[in-house]
Design a protein around this ligand. Structure first.
Ligand code: TYM
Length: 334
């Protein structure tokens, strides 16, 4: 008799706000791929989240398709994993509304990302930006996720998700699984190449500060060669060596080497050799992704078919949890 072992569940999502950076890749996407072999995975393009900054409609459509293609290009198999677009699954917005009513104003107001974004864009502090974490909680809780692979900047949103789920479960009995963040050791926070105390971000006005996942080999090499380091010219991980620590993290993620191994490898060598090795490792890491992206983006019919299938699979799982939550709250059932 066949014994179907139940796999643990993983969910994560990424916003279609432009080509993701090496930070997105090493902090999150690379782990998505690794986890996809051992877990039942749900991966979403978080287009609902992305309208908090009101993108131009044609651009949002194009970026959604490109982000979807990129997720397949990193090696996610759409047959084995459920890869979908968030707005194609109605349950996300529905559960988010319910969770809004179980989230306190004060706890949402404490989110550092909300505070940062409202400070940066005082002209558009919309309610969507404020309730962003409850939509993220809905994304996660709908799939009863055990693990959520993210970079460190999303950790607080995971914590509020757990708080909301615990509160709901406390009121109505077990409804949602409490998810754990999965944060890699080396890539959890990839820093800007120009100001290595700041997170690498695609919205940085200085293009030399970040590597985009679709940058070509020349651009990658140029940016890493001009990365800010220090005057010590000695490769080790230490205090005040933010630039070198960051490059070591990048190299560690791409090669699987430990920090000690990296220090040993570059003993007696300067930053020129080190940067050349880091650049080569990043180029090799991203080369197949870019080639596969170029191939996939030309096949819109295939991407649409995968999206359709992903939406159906995701809806099936998500609606089960949504129905359960709605029943517990007391919505009249037909
Ligand atoms: P987003 O789209 O900003 O980023 C996607 C993922 O990339 C990680 N990340 C980084 N990791 C390391 N170093 C960096 N410099 C770096 N920059 C970004 C992020 O931590 C994230 O894991 N709200 C989320 C998207 C989302 C989501 C979800 C995530 C929507 N629903 C449910 C998990 C579960 C966001 O804006 O990520």
């Amino acid at each position: 008799m066949e014994t179907a072992e139940k796999k643990q569940i993983v969910l994560s999502a990424i916003q279609p706000t432009g080509t993701p950076t090496l930070g997105n890749y090493l902090g999150a996407l690379k782990n998505w791929k690794t986890m996809s072999n051992d877990y039942e995975c749900f991966y979403a393009v978080a287009d609902l989240h992305s309208i908090t900054v009101r993108p131009e409609p044609a651009q949002l459509r194009r970026r959604t398709l490109e982000m979807y293609a990129l997720l397949l290009a990193i090696g996610l198999d759409p047959e084995k994993n459920t890869v979908f677009v968030q707005s194609h699954v109605n349950a996300h917005a529905q559960l988010a509304w319910i969770l809004n009513c179980y989230t306190q104003f004060g706890e949402a107001a404490r989110m550092t990302q909300f505070k940062d974004k409202s400070e940066k864009h005082p002209e558009n502090v919309n309610v969507g930006l404020f309730s962003y974490p409850t939509l993220m909680a809905a994304d996660i809780l709908l799939y009863q996720a055990d693990f959520v692979p993210i970079g460190v900047d999303q950790k607080q949103h995971l914590e509020i998700t757990r708080d909301i789920a615990e509160r709901f479960n406390g009121l109505y009995g077990d409804t949602f699984k409490l998810p754990e963040p999965f944060i890699g050791k080396a890539g959890a926070k990839i820093m800007s190449l120009q100001e290595p105390t700041k997170k690498m971000s695609k919205s940085d006005t200085n293009a030399k500060a970040f590597i985009s996942m679709l940058d070509d080999a020349d651009a990658i090499t140029r940016k890493i060669k001009s990365a800010v380091t220090d005057s010590e010219a000695c490769v080790y991980c230490g205090e005040g060596k933010d630039g070198v620590n960051n490059l070591m993290g990048i190299y560690a993620c791409c090669t699987g080497k430990s920090f000690d191994e990296i220090t040993a490898e570059f003993e007696g060598k300067g930053y020129g050799d080190f940067k050349a090795a880091v650049a080569e490792a990043v180029v090799e890491e991203l080369r197949p992704v870019k080639a596969e992206f170029d191939r996939l983006i030309a096949d819109k019919a295939y991407l649409n078919a995968c999206m359709q299938q992903g939406a159906e699979k995701a809806s099936y799982f998500a609606n089960k949890t949504l129905r359960k939550a709605m029943k517990k709250v007391g919505f009249y059932q037909l």
